[in-house]
Design a protein around this ligand. Structure first.
Ligand SMILES: NC(=O)C1=CN([C@@H]2O[C@H](COP(=O)(O)OP(=O)(O)OC[C@H]3O[C@@H](n4cnc5c(N)ncnc54)[C@H](O)[C@@H]3O)[C@@H](O)[C@H]2O)C=CC1
Ligand SMILES: O=C([O-])CC(=O)C(=O)O
Length: 271
């Protein structure tokens, strides 16, 4: 049975544990960790069947097959290289960390050397299957347009640095337009999907991102347009926010669960 260790006991970590606790897949949550002890306790007390140990990544990687990062971009630096060195596969949610090319090259290099896999779930977007197929030929452009209710963008470094008053936005307003490399740094908790899109397609410098604060919305909308030798692909997901975290969409933990099921299942569907 796949032995998993989870870093981050917030919205996504809790959904993953609950899915395994409910018997949705054959996996063991060997250990969990969060720098916030209250979140560890809350997660532990929500489980009925599982009793994961609590230990830091350094220790858990000696015992597990797969390390799941669902914490923060910072955590990717802290735990992913060490996990790969210990020959653990890794699943990463805070994909925006890979806008740091040096980190990405290092992590990719260790994974190759150790014969390990790095899994990046689709998160809150749809269409990566088509983009991956399309990338076997020439791609002309990839664009992500994200719309969130203003509160879902609160605290983003770009918003703070540019003194954007989210509570004064009364109508649909474009607050950022630029490269994916800048978007994931300015909005680390909002557009990790831009990083996944960049890695699947044309890279961080060529992938374009537009972020819109829209007070009329109660959903997080991600629209993708890809043009290439294959033709044109458009996808739009109107995401219900996660119940405990308005920054994250509910489809994100569901995609993490689906990725785990794919790792375990002999049947592999899609690109
Ligand atoms: N790839 C994607 O499509 C998506 C990615 N995300 C990203 O996934 C990550 C987790 O998302 P949520 O569960 O919604 O966030 P959350 O805020 O609900 O939970 C994150 C948890 O990780 C803990 N944490 C943060 N940094 C840590 C560290 N260095 N070491 C240990 N614990 C740490 C926090 O204390 C918190 O309990 C975030 O980085 C988020 O931006 C979220 C949604 C979609
Ligand atoms: O969940 C979402 O809507 C997307 C998100 O936060 C991210 O990619 O970081």
């Amino acid at each position: 049975m796949l032995k998993i260790g989870i870093i981050g006991c917030g919205t996504i970590g809790t959904c993953i544990c609950k899915a395994i606790d409910d018997g949705l897949m054959e996996a063991e949550v060997y250990a969990i960790y969060d720098r916030n002890a209250e979140n560890v306790e809350r997660l532990q007390s929500s489980l009925v069947n599982l009793q994961p140990a609590v230990m830091e990544a350094e220790e858990m990687i000696k015992h597990i097959d797969l390390l799941v990062e669902c914490a923060s971009q910072e955590a990717v630096y802290e735990v992913v290289p060490a996990a790969l060195h210990a020959r653990c596969d890794v699943m990463i949610m805070s994909v925006g960390a890979f806008a740091d090319e040096r980190l990405f090259k290092t992590v990719y290099g260790i994974a190759k050397e150790m014969n390990c896999k790095i899994y990046l779930p689709s998160g809150a977007i749809a269409g990566l299957d088509g983009l991956k197929s399309a990338a076997s030929e020439q791609i002309y452009s990839v664009t992500l347009t994200t719309q969130k209710p203003p509160a879902g963008l609160a605290g983003a470094p770009y918003v703070v640095q540019n003194k954007i008053k989210l509570d004064e936005i009364k109508s649909k307003t474009v607050i950022f337009e630029g490269k994916a490399s800048e978007a994931v740094k300015g909005f680390p908790a909002n557009v990790n999907v831009a990083a996944t899109l960049s890695l699947a397609g044309t890279g961080f410098e060529k992938t374009k991102v537009k972020i819109i604060a829209n007070p009329a919305l109660c959903r997080n909308i991600h629209e993708i347009t890809v043009e290439g030798a294959f033709g044109k692909l458009t996808s739009k997901v109107e995401n219900v926010p996660s119940p405990n975290n308005p920054k994250s969409s509910y489809l994100a933990p569901l995609s993490a669960i689906a990725t785990l099921k794919k790792i375990i299942d002999p049947l592999q569907i899609g690109t």
